[in-house]
Write a protein that binds this ligand. Structure first.
Ligand code: ATP
Length: 519
């Protein structure tokens, strides 16, 4: 991670804590690794993101309904889904530093270093040859570059084979052959590589002998699959149709870092779309486009998103890609879109002995539907919005503004924790009373904030820092003619308008429904 981006992430983390967005979990006990709590402003932003997703799925699509399944599920669910046997990451410890790593990530990092070496050779040569430099020709003929490339290809091939066949001895040998050092101790004193299952388990039942090992769900999708028939029958759903769900998921990540990007307890917003077999590629493309549009409508910048196709497909998928976002740490997965075939429903049929099929009245046939899944991390959505909207700005001198610079969160107004702040210029002369009257008038339509302490400039700064899109100032003129000034967060422009026009003016600008119309 380049220094600037590292700094940005640090600043975002500090800001999120200082302004009540995100706190480390159980902080008074020094926190719990990769677990976070959402504070008074964070929970509002999070709820607004959920509403934007939920309404897009279940209100704009008349063939998608929602459910809320339990976190605990019958343990056989996870056998059928493949998680008990295959939801593993390879882990390795360094005996000197006592640090734990994901073995595949160590190899990937080593490969990335070799790629950097090639880049350096190319840069050096470009300087040496000047204008006449032919990059492709150089890469194809330079002996040193060719040697690195050969090593990279070999390492990639061995990594893929070791992962696919779960051959942990081969994985260890690869780490030895690549001469990988522990970044902390600098030694090659490694333990063997072991598979580590990422599911958290616990026991259900009061008596030890009767207790059943159960899991905290590692994804919300399975709650949808096991309810496929319940929803289809009771909702009289016809194919194609979707089931949406927002809920917690738990993964015992080996190395969890980068703030809320990789947590051990997180939230997913998933939708499984059930379709006729053979139509999956059409629907896969259609959902890729729809999901991208949903992201783009937020206005965080179209170049900050890109598709990334999966080259190594999971055993259940016949097509898969990620929507990546330009996080402070670079482009990383924000959402996954997967064509899951009939793998899950068929597997649940096998393990439960129950038919999970759809009777197609047109063809008069029963079959197991295929599924296209869209799965987005709520916390990663949160981080994309927070990191993208964090801005440090130099201030032009303007009326009522204070200081030379400000930190502003330019959160899309429809998602902002507060929509309006009502700020009497001073507390005396009846301005506070008038301010409260306006506040009570607006609060049934918008989430409003009222404050009458401190200078107006400081109050603007605080509202900028939590991303409040509009501030209304009550001054002496308000008492005479019932007008207020309304200040827009990003431009800091102020305008005087009649109090009764305030609601009408901003309703459109802060409404999730208007945002939905842009998708
Ligand atoms: P990664 O490769 O980053 O571990 P994944 O491919 O395992 O992610 P999926 O199983 O496809 O992720 O889960 C769907 C979505 O859930 C991801 O796109 C991501 O937004 C979110 N997600 C997955 N794991 C975590 C985590 N540990 N913390 C926060 N969000 C997560």
């Amino acid at each position: 991670m380049a220094n600037d981006s590292e700094n940005l992430l640090k600043k975002v983390i500090a800001h999120a804590k200082e302004y009540g967005f995100i706190f480390p979990s159980s902080e008074i006990y020094d926190g719990l690794s990769a677990v976070y709590d959402y504070g008074q402003n964070g929970v509002e932003l999070k709820n607004n993101i959920k509403e934007y997703w939920w309404k897009f799925m279940t209100q704009l699509h008349d063939n998608i309904v929602g459910i809320d399944a339990a976190i605990f599920m019958h343990p056989t669910t996870w056998k059928a889904s493949g998680h008990v046997d295959a939801f593993n990451d390879p882990m390795i410890d360094n005996k000197d530093s006592k640090k734990r790593y994901r073995a595949d990530v160590l190899v990937e990092d080593a490969i990335a270093k070799m790629e950097e070496k090639i880049e350096k050779e190319v840069e050096k040569a470009a300087k040496r040859f000047g204008e006449s430099f032919d990059k492709t020709m150089f890469a194809q003929t330079n002996p040193r570059v060719l040697e690195y490339q050969k090593k990279i290809d070999e390492a990639n091939e061995r990594l893929k084979n070791a992962m696919n066949s779960s051959d942990m001895a081969a994985m260890k040998q690869l780490i030895v052959d690549l001469e990988i050092n522990d970044p902390i101790s600098g030694t090659k004193n490694w333990t063997d590589v072991r598979q580590f299952n990422l599911m958290f388990s616990t026991e259900m039942g009061s008596v030890a002998e009767d207790a059943n090992k159960i899991y905290l769900r590692p994804e919300t999708a399975q709650g949808i699959f096991v309810n496929f028939l319940n929803v289809q029958k009771t909702g009289r759903m016809k194919l194609p149709f979707g089931i949406a769900q927002i809920g917690k998921a738990f993964r015992n990540e080996i190395v969890a870092r980068q703030f809320i990007f990789r947590m051990r307890e997180f939230e997913q917003m998933e939708m499984q779309f059930f379709i006729k077999p053979g139509t999956e590629m059409e629907w896969y493309e259609s959902w890729k486009n729809k999901r991208m549009k949903w992201h783009q409508a937020l206005g965080l910048g179209s170049t900050n998103y890109r598709f990334h196709d999966h080259l190594n497909l999971a055993h259940y998928a016949n097509a898969a890609c990620d929507i990546q976002f330009n996080f402070p740490m670079g482009f990383k997965e924000l959402e996954g879109i997967h064509s899951r075939t009939d793998f899950d429903l068929k597997s649940h049929e096998k393990y439960s002995g129950k038919k999970l099929q759809y009777f197609d009245t047109e063809t008069q046939q029963s079959y197991v539907p295929f599924v296209v899944e869209t799965s987005v991390g709520l916390d990663r959505m949160f981080l994309s919005i927070l990191s993208n909207s964090y801005k440090e700005e130099k201030l032009p001198s303007a009326e009522g503004e204070e200081g030379n610079e400000r930190v502003v969160l330019s959160i899309p107004p429809a998602l902002a924790p507060y929509k309006i702040a009502v700020l009497p210029l001073v507390k005396k002369d009846g301005l506070a009373e008038k301010g409260l009257e306006v506040f009570h008038q607006l609060k049934t339509d918008f989430r409003c904030y009222y404050e009458d302490k401190d200078t107006i400039g400081r109050r603007y700064r605080r509202m900028d820092a939590i991303g409040t899109p509009y501030c209304i100032t009550i001054d002496h003129q308000t008492l005479q003619d019932n007008t207020v000034t309304i200040r827009e967060r990003d431009s800091m422009k102020q305008e005087r308008i009649a109090i009764e026009k305030v609601g009408e003016k901003i309703q459109r600008l802060v409404s999730i429904h208007e945002l939905l119309k842009k998708v």
